[in-house]
Design a protein around this ligand. Structure first.
Ligand SMILES: N[C@@H](CCC(=O)N[C@@H](CS)C(=O)NCC(=O)O)C(=O)O
Length: 228
């Protein structure tokens, strides 16, 4: 679709937000332009009555496309593919029911499991006094890496033999997790190889890597400021 046919897309995001960066990466692949809104999460602007009218869950990303307001990055990504995907939809979200089931499985794994391991560290760091990941945080992240290693032992990408939206969503979460707990490449060689391949993609370099670096730096600064 040409840019002239595209309605104004407004994305509420933060550069250090993995799910917002997953949406931006899919936008980059589809050639979409977003106008950005950046609620200040540290000041709690996303908890304001105004923001709650947009997203009662008080999370970013949120997409506005005309009268549609949609939150939850995985839903936003699938909407963008459905509406603007044209030639990319078949590869990024394969229509064959069996492959799509595995893509969906991975998207739910990202939303329900992997991201919660990241959030368990980031929320108490930014809103409370956490001074680094606890043993429980680390063992949960290792568990997440183990699941991913098992998926990647069956195929080249997380859900199929080629890149799908599941790699983009999980890749953005893994990039953030790596800033919390580094990956042991001897223990998880498939994740290392897959992440290196993803990191070579232009959208990953331009959107995701700077965002993940910003998140890692913000976390480290807060942790070290709280330690004796
Ligand atoms: N599963 C959601 C997660 C969204 C989410 O929790 N975003 C974080 C930023 S990375 C957020 O808005 N946090 C603010 C808060 O929870 O108070 C998605 O994929 O969109």
């Amino acid at each position: 679709m040409s840019l002239y046919n595209q309605a104004r897309l407004v994305l509420y995001k933060h550069d250090a937000s993995p799910p917002a960066n997953a949406v931006r990466m899919v936008g980059a692949i589809l050639g979409l332009q977003f106008d950005y809104e950046e609620p200040n999460l540290i000041k709690g602007e996303h908890k304001s009555p105004e923001f709650k009218k947009i997203n009662p869950m008080s999370t970013i990303p949120v997409l506005k496309d005309g009268n549609l307001v949609v939150s939850e990055s995985h839903a936003i990504i699938l909407y963008l593919l459905n509406k603007y995907g044209v030639e990319h939809k078949e590869t990024l979200y394969p229509p064959d029911p069996a492959t799509r089931a595995i893509v969906d499985q991975c998207l739910y794994f990202d939303a329900g499991v992997l991201f919660s391991y990241m959030r368990a560290v980031t929320v108490p760091t930014f809103t409370s006094t956490l001074d680094g990941p606890t043993e429980k945080h680390i063992s949960d992240i290792e568990e997440g890496y183990s699941v991913l290693e098992a998926y990647l032992s069956q195929r080249a990408y997380v859900a199929a033999d080629r890149l799908t939206v599941a790699d983009i969503s999980i890749g953005s979460t893994v990039a953030a997790l790596l800033g919390i707990h580094a990956l042991d490449a001897n223990k998880f060689p498939k994740i290392k190889a897959w992440f290196d391949r993803l990191s070579a993609e232009s959208y990953f370099k331009e959107v995701n890597a700077p965002g993940a670096a910003l998140l890692a730096k913000s976390l480290r600064n807060l942790w070290s400021s709280r330690r004796p």
